[in-house]
Design a protein around this ligand. Structure first.
Ligand code: SF4
Length: 330
């Protein structure tokens, strides 16, 4: 992992709410899904921030909102010191070139009727880059080589590749326009465990060579462990803990982080026996009607009376971590 230098992305109080309507002719708003509800974090240049939480916690919505692929209800998204939340039109398109996404599903995200050449060069054409057809071909060959595929594989179709290779094609496509930030939305979740490590290694190598910054979204703490410098844990639309990777795994403070860690199988039976965090029980409540007070209180083994009425703020601690829990007032 490269040494972070300055801030590339600063997200401040980001909210993404979706109206819930009723009625066929006259639509009436009957509620709001608060998918992302006041998320703040920073990402340094060359850094990887893991964003972790169960399905439905708002982590993918956060990634899509940062890319402005979903409407932002409130908040600021400072990318390379410019607030991109209110941007539109040409300004937004120019910014989008600098931020790319790698999707979870390497099967569904590649058009089966397009050759790999066309898939990888498409973003170059969209952004008016890449020069002549021959120059674009050469660029695609170089990108394929960069992600560990053969230069001559560009004339093939997605179905001729394995899952891991397809994800490499997805990465090549994201890198074609030379982004500074890549949002990786569960990029290895659909792959076999044996392939996952290879793709994570590739992400690390590319970061080292190209100085990329990653927001690496995953639903469990096992996947992000290798690649993340820092990790933010999300629950029902809010960040509940953010810390350096080592601090988080060594001493998770939020009961939800502890429960997520409790869910990771540990191959060493001695360590497995010694750990005292238990896997989480129950389901994530609806983001339309999140519980009052601490949103985690119906599932928290440490919940107190205060937790049911008072939402704990994300409080910065001495060692640079931040936790939103009444057990850790700062
Ligand atoms: Fe549990 Fe209370 Fe902390 Fe929420 S604030 S995580 S309910 S102890």
């Amino acid at each position: 992992m490269s040494e972070p230098t300055d801030t590339i992305l600063q997200v401040e109080n980001l909210k993404v709410h979706f109206p819930v309507t009723q009625g066929i002719v006259i639509k009436k708003e009957v509620g709001r899904v608060r998918a992302v509800d006041g998320v703040s974090f920073t990402l340094k240049r060359g850094e990887t921030l893991g964003l972790v939480g169960e399905s439905g916690c708002g982590k993918s919505t956060t990634g899509l909102a940062i890319l402005r692929m979903l409407p932002v209800t409130e908040g600021r998204i400072l990318f390379e010191d410019e607030d991109i939340a209110p941007m539109e039109g040409r300004q937004l398109r120019a910014m989008r070139r600098r931020m790319q996404m790698v999707y979870q599903d390497p099967y569904g995200s590649l058009n089966p009727r397009m050759t790999v050449d066309d898939i990888v060069s498409e973003p170059l054409e969209v952004h008016g880059l890449g020069g002549t057809k021959a120059e674009r071909r050469e660029k695609v060959s170089a990108l394929l080589e960069l992600v560990g595929l053969r230069r001559d594989m560009g004339s093939r179709y997605p179905h001729e590749f394995s899952g891991g290779q397809r994800q490499r094609i997805g990465i090549a496509r994201a890198l074609a326009v030379e982004p500074a930030l890549v949002i990786c939305d569960e990029p290895v979740s659909a792959l076999d465990v044996s392939i996952q490590a290879q793709v994570v290694n590739l992400f690390e190598e590319l970061q080292e060579r190209l100085g990329l910054s990653y927001l690496f979204i995953a639903h469990d703490l096992a996947v992000v462990r290798q690649i993340s410098d820092r990790i933010a844990v999300m629950y029902l639309g809010r960040i509940v803990e953010i810390a350096t990777r080592d601090a988080l795994y060594r001493e998770p403070l939020h009961p939800y982080t502890q429960a997520l860690l409790g869910a990771i199988p540990i191959p060493d039976p001695e360590i497995e026996k010694a750990r005292d965090f238990q896997p989480i029980v129950g389901e994530v409540p609806s983001a339309m009607r999140p519980p009052e007070g601490c949103r985690f209180h119906p599932r928290c083994p440490h919940a107190m009376a205060k937790c049911k009425v008072e939402l704990p703020p994300l409080v910065e601690m001495a060692d640079g971590r931040a936790v939103a829990c009444h057990l850790h007032p700062g």
